[in-house]
Ligand binder design. Sequence first.
Ligand SMILES: NC(=O)c1ccc[n+]([C@@H]2O[C@H](COP(=O)([O-])OP(=O)(O)OC[C@H]3O[C@@H](n4cnc5c(N)ncnc54)[C@H](O)[C@@H]3O)[C@@H](O)[C@H]2O)c1
Length: 362
Amino acid sequence: MEQIRIGVIGCGNISDIYLTNLQKLESLVVVAVSDLNHDKAIEKAEKYEIPHVLSVDELLENEAIDLVLNLTIPAAHAEVSLRALEAGKHVYSEKPLAITLADGEKVLAKAKEKNLLVGVAPDTFLGGGLQTCRELIKNGAIGEPVAATAFMMGHGPESWHPDPEFFYRAGAGPMFDMGPYYLTALIHLIGPIRRLTGSARITSSERTITSEPKYGQKIKVETPTHVAGILDFENGAIGTMITSFDVWGSKTPFLEIYGTNGSLSVPDPNTFGGPVLLRKPGEMDWTEVAFTHGSLENSRGIGVIDMVDALCSGREPRASGELAYHVLEVMHGIHDSSVKGEHYKMNSTCKQPEALPSEILS
Ligand SMILES: NC(=O)c1ccc[n+]([C@@H]2O[C@H](COP(=O)([O-])OP(=O)(O)OC[C@H]3O[C@@H](n4cnc5c(N)ncnc54)[C@H](O)[C@@H]3O)[C@@H](O)[C@H]2O)c1
C-alpha cells in the first residue's frame, strides 16, 4: 500500500501530540507543515524532522500532498478545510467542523462534490476506555440505555493556555470547545439525537488571563460560559449535559450511562483510557472492568490513522464529517433553544460510528 502524504496546517499547542503520534507509521507520512506564523512551522519541522515548511498557499498547491491535517483555530477551520478540498485534498480537521452550521454544510457538500473524505476530531472515542464502554453496552451489560449524564465543570483555559482569547469568542465557549468530546462519546455509545432543550448564560463580561505569556491581560467574553442541555436521543434515552467555564469545583461525574439493568461510569471523554466502572442491580458499589481495547494513552491522531485506513479500504472514517456535523447542530441547538425558550428539533442525524474490533479479546 502506498503511503498517504499529509500536510499539516496550524502548528500551535495541539500539533505536538499529533506530530508525535503520526511519526513512524507505515500507512502515512507527514511531508510538510505550515502556519500563518512561519516561525512556529519551522520549529515543528525541526523538532519532528518534517522535510518541508511551506506557506498555506504552497501547501495547498502541492500535488504531492493527499490529505490536509487542519490544526488551526476554530474560526479558521471551515475556510482552511474548504480550500484544501477545493485543491483536491482529503481533510482531517480539529474540532469543531466549523463555527456555523452553514459553513459545516459547505464543507460536507464540497467533499461530496469532489469525492473526498472529511474527518473531524475528537478521536478520543476510539481509545480503549470508550471502546470498552461500547463493547459493554453492545453485550447488554447495562440492558437498554435509559438515560445519561455528562458534565464538563471547570473554570476556563485562561489559567493554562498561552493564547486563550479564542475560547471566549463566538463559536467557542465551553460547549463548542469541550462539548464535542462529550457529545461524540454519547452518540458513539447511545446513538444520534432527535430533539433537545438548553439554557445558557454569560457570567462575567471580562476574564483575566493568568497563564504566561499574557498574564494579567483581559479577555472580552462574547459567548455563554455556562451551558446546560437536555438531549432526547433517537432511541428514547434522555441525556442531561452541562459544560461550564464558571465552576471552581464539582464532584459531578464526567459521563454516566444508566440502563435498564445497570449503570456504566464512563471515563473522561477528553482522554483515551479509563477507568471503566460498572454497577449492577443490587450491588452496593462499582466494579472496575478490564479493557477490551488498547490505545489507552494520549492517542490523538488515531482518527487520522483510521481515516487513512478508510481511504485505503473505501469506507467512511469513524470520526466522520457527518458525525461532526450532527454534533455541531446539537451544540447550536442548545444555544438556540436557550435564546428562543423552546425545544430544538434536530434536522440532521448520523450513523453511530462502527465499534473498533476488540483486539484484546480476540
Ligand atoms: N490545545 C489543546 O489542548 C487542544 C486540545 C484538543 C483540541 N484542540 C483544538 O485544536 C485546535 C488548535 O488549538 P491549539 O490549542 O493548537 O491553538 P493554537 O492557537 O495554539 O494554534 C493554532 C495555530 O494555527 C495557526 N493558524 C490560525 N489560523 C490559521 C490559518 N488560517 N492558516 C494557517 N495557520 C493558522 C496559528 O498561527 C496557530 O499557530 C483548535 O480547534 C482546538 O479546539 C486543542
